[in-house]
Design a protein around this ligand. Structure first.
Ligand SMILES: Cc1cc2nc3c(=O)[nH]c(=O)nc-3n(C[C@H](O)[C@H](O)[C@H](O)COP(=O)(O)OP(=O)(O)OC[C@H]3O[C@@H](n4cnc5c(N)ncnc54)[C@H](O)[C@@H]3O)c2cc1C
Length: 357
């Protein structure tokens, strides 16, 4: 960005929400800029939905073969090659930042890179350089949850999990959220032994309990262990990986695992700025002033949207334009709706062989 006058809108964060807003703003004739401190594309394209679906597809294929074992498929004839799968994933994620940025430029959006903070009510400082705008949209997404127990720095986040060159044999997932469950199902079908530890009495507590229970039963049959009402008190390195202290109903227990991972939480807004015309990327990716984070919108809306979006999701699956899956196509709005459905529907959380595919 070359200090060329005032923008109508600066979008902070080039994920799905920010990119969609920037494109619409530029299309409406506003002078628009977008900035990110990481490669363009955001969580979904680079560190979330899309790479996750590529990994998950391999697990689905293996599970389908397992379900057909002895019925025309030789038992044990398929397994996940984790290293090759990772290379395959990079084939999708590596070109994404360049593609996203070029697309924005073609649409008339000024793109720039750097960490952004407010400098004044009508200005942000991008790596220290002030740029003025009538409006600022904060679309900064989420970042890994901060864990407070001793040794929590040994826990890797979802981004690091999807970069593992080898899949550890015994995995512990901290927290019973949707990312833990998706990764646990992937890991179980890739030959690992996952354990999910949640301090609440019911994991996936934002989702329909009946469907969650079905998922828990199915996971148990596949070797996914879930410990509820259990907290992690400490993690320390050991000769076999990590020694984890669990506390349940006043009882202390130590277990050994090879790796520990956790999910994400909303990323806080940038420095507060009295008088700024600040907008946040709100529910379903629309830019609405002072709205809640997308992730909250996802959870709150899930029951209302459940039935209606089953159809959307299946329609999307027929549009496998780039060989990933449904919400690869469309904007952030479509992704969020499709996702709220898939997270609770057994056919989507089960391996594909169960979904009548
Ligand atoms: C492992 C995983 C799997 C997921 N799977 C799905 C799924 O299957 N379906 C689905 O719908 N959703 C999924 N999600 C959630 C989805 O990725 C997010 O809801 C979505 O990416 C949010 O988009 P966003 O544009 O709001 O934020 P993001 O995509 O996170 O983009 C925010 C951007 O802001 C940038 N930024 C932050 N602070 C600053 C700053 N100060 N200056 C400059 N730039 C900054 C960040 O670098 C980032 O690129 C998944 C998430 C994860 C982690």
């Amino acid at each position: 960005m070359n200090g060329d006058g005032r923008f109508d809108l600066i979008v902070v964060g080039a994920g799905m929400a920010g990119v969609a807003a920037a494109n619409k703003s530029a299309a409406a004739g506003w002078k628009t800029a977008i900035v990110d401190d990481l490669p363009f594309g955001g969580t979904c394209a680079l560190r979330g939905c899309d790479p996750k679906k590529i990994l998950r597809r391999a697990a689905e294929v293996v599970e389908s073969a397992r379900l057909m074992s002895g019925k025309g498929i030789a038992p044990g004839s398929l397994s996940v090659d984790w290293g090759a799968l990772m290379r395959h994933k990079h084939g999708f994620t590596d070109p994404a930042p360049h593609d996203v940025e070029q697309s924005l430029k073609r649409n008339g959006v000024t793109t720039t890179h750097g960490t952004t903070q407010f400098a004044a009510p009508d200005a942000v400082a991008i790596d220290g350089k002030a740029v003025t705008a009538r409006h600022v949209l904060i679309a900064t997404g989420a970042r890994p949850r901060t864990l407070a127990f001793p040794g929590s720095h040994h826990v890797i986040d979802s981004t690091a999990f999807m970069e593992l060159e080898q899949l550890p044999g015994r995995l512990l997932f901290v927290g019973g959220g949707f990312i833990s469950f998706e990764f646990a199902h992937l890991a179980a079908r890739s030959g690992s032994s996952p354990l999910i530890v949640d301090h609440g009495t019911q994991p996936l507590k934002a989702f329909d309990p009946d469907l969650v229970n079905l998922l828990l039963e199915r996971g148990a049959a596949d070797g996914i262990r879930v410990r509820t009402a259990t907290s992690i008190s400490s993690i320390e390195p050991s000769s076999r990986g990590y020694r984890v202290q669990l506390d349940h109903a006043g009882q202390r227990e130590f277990i050994e695992v090879a790796r520990c991972g956790s999910g994400i939480r909303p990323r806080p807004a940038q420095s507060h700025c009295g008088g700024c015309r600040v907008h946040r990327a709100g529910r379903d990716g629309h830019a609405t002033p002072a709205e809640h984070e997308q992730s909250r919108g996802l959870r709150r809306g899930r029951r209302r949207r459940y039935r209606g979006h089953a159809a959307d999701s299946h329609r999307g699956r027929r549009r496998e334009g780039r060989r990933i899956e449904h919400d690869q196509v469309g904007d952030g709005h479509a992704r969020l709706h499709g996702y709220s459905h898939r997270r609770v529907h057994p056919a989507r959380t089960r391996p594909s062989g169960h979904a009548g595919e």
